[in-house]
Design a protein around this ligand. Structure first.
Ligand SMILES: Cc1cc2nc3c(=O)[nH]c(=O)nc-3n(C[C@H](O)[C@H](O)[C@H](O)COP(=O)(O)O)c2cc1C
Ligand code: SF4
Length: 449
């Protein structure tokens, strides 16, 4: 690992020199014409290579409905021109919400979600002449559930490292097989609501340490959801099979899938008995599931944020990242390449974790497309900061450095403080500086960092 540094790169030559200095490599190209190429996603042709990756706005109403800022966020993404918008985590049950303002879809607020889908489709059509594909991520927050603001963990197995981080003792009961069976039906029921609301597809979230991702590493769990590869992947396989049975073929059924849950053996996923990063099981399950999209992530954002969102500034009170941000960028892109090599182009690979590169992102993105590392470029924090970046790249062939994300982690801080609504504090100041301050003031009043 090389020492963490803040972003100082001005040109693509600076980027190449820094990669050389670190002994790292990434494909790089200045042929941005690849961005306007069409992509086939599940039989539908998207007009360009970009998607907005899911990012929680922490701004639902008490009953889980979108509010004005939620509509604004997706309207702006749609106007920004990406071919696909991947909506943030939406809970399938109230007790699975990560905070009291995480979106939660149920029969009682279906009309609000219809409005969200309609307004987002319309905004894209009006601004860019195409209506983006809309896939929504469904979730259960598992051990990080806080439906009323106080922790109410639902654990799949005991995991000494993670248990101590969230104050769970050895007597705390893991979720039962019967409860998981019922939760399968909650995922299927909520996917049907998404279909009725007019969205184009559903993602069963299986990343970032949440319940469905945790099940994948349940080597120590007894019963039908633990132990063997078949049992640990049972939940995803059965839910996807049920969704395929009960929803029309035109509706996309997929999962943002974890390539790595970095707990030491026998608790993690994408890790072997020697505790080395190992993609055998992630690649195997994704292939067996035949997912129509290969969107993925790695690591627990709460504990190894440098793996999934390389950044300059850590959260308040958190240690400096243990590695150079480019190491995180390269690790993530190598996983994209492994998925691409495995799929042989049968399903589009969708990468992420490129925001640290700011205005140099397009050079790596174009290189990765040209050299067959990925099919689509996922935009996370850059999208919060600079929602119009896809149109700028397609229409002007460049990005404005003054609009880029600075990877300051203030949006993640808002999420952690769970007081303000979430968005870009640096580039959308009028709305989000007060939200950030409210969260910080509340944390300080409680004596927290
Ligand atoms: C504030 C915030 C909220 C996020 N929420 C989600 C989420 O709901 N679901 C998810 O799969 N990933 C979530 N992510 C991860 C992003 O989708 C993305 O993978 C990550 O930010 C790395 O991409 P980037 O470098 O372009 O930001 C979130 C990231 C941030 C910063
Ligand atoms: S607050 Fe804005 S600039 Fe800072 S990390 Fe989030 S999106 Fe980037």
């Amino acid at each position: 690992m090389s020492e963490h540094v803040r972003f100082q790169l001005k040109t693509v030559d600076d980027l190449k020199a820094e990669l050389d200095r670190l002994g790292l490599s990434l494909p790089i190209s200045d042929d941005f014409s690849v961005f306007g190429q069409t992509v086939d996603v599940s039989g539908r042709t998207l007009p360009n290579r970009f998607l907005v990756q899911p990012m929680e706005g922490v701004d639902s109403t008490d009953d889980g409905s979108p509010r004005d800022l939620t509509y604004r966020r997706y309207r702006r993404f749609a106007e920004g021109g990406a071919g696909l918008l991947w909506f943030e985590a939406v809970a399938v049950v109230n007790e699975g919400r990560s905070n009291p303002r995480q979106l939660y879809l149920h029969e009682g607020n279906l009309d609000d979600y219809k409005k969200l889908a309609d307004e987002t489709h319309d905004a894209g059509q009006k601004a860019c002449g195409h209506s983006p594909m809309l896939i929504v991520q469904l979730t259960h927050s598992g051990r990080f559930s806080k439906p009323t603001g106080a922790p109410k963990p639902v654990i799949a197995q005991h995991n000494p490292e993670l248990d101590s981080a969230v104050g769970i003792d050895e007597n705390y009961a893991p979720v039962t097989d019967d409860e998981l069976d019922r939760l399968q039906d909650d995922f299927v029921k909520t996917a049907k609501l998404l279909y009725q609301a007019g969205f184009d597809g559903v993602d069963m979230k299986a990343v970032h340490g949440y319940l469905i991702a945790e099940l994948l590493g349940c080597h120590t769990r007894e019963g039908k959801y633990g132990g063997s590869f078949e049992n640990r992947t049972r939940f995803v396989r059965e839910v996807i099979a049920k969704m395929r049975q009960e929803l029309p073929e035109s509706f996309i059924i997929t999962s943002r899938f974890t390539a790595h849950e970095p707990s030491p053996w026998p608790y993690g996923w994408g890790i072997n008995e020697a505790n080395e990063f190992c993609l055998d099981e992630p690649l195997r399950v994704v292939k067996e599931l035949g997912l129509p999209t290969l969107n993925f992530s790695i690591g627990y954002p709460r504990f190894q944020p440098y793996m999934n969102r390389p950044h300059d500034n850590p959260l308040v009170g958190a240690p400096k990242p243990p590695e150079h941000p480019l190491e995180g960028v390269v690790r993530f892109q190598n996983v994209a390449k492994a998925f691409h090599d495995m799929s042989g182009g049968s399903s589009p690979v969708m990468t992420a974790a490129l925001s640290w590169l700011r205005h140099l992102m397009p050079y790596v993105a174009a290189g990765m497309i040209k050299e067959g590392w990925t099919d689509m470029i996922g935009i996370g924090r850059l999208g919060f900061a600079y929602p119009g970046l896809v149109r700028d790249l397609l229409e002007k062939g460049s990005m404005d450095p003054s609009k880029c994300c600075t990877t300051c982690s203030m949006c993640s801080q808002i999420m952690k403080d769970v007081v303000g609504f979430n968005g870009c504090v640096v580039r959308d100041r009028e709305i989000y500086v007060p939200q950030y301050k409210a969260g910080r003031d509340a944390a300080k009043a409680k004596g927290l960092a």
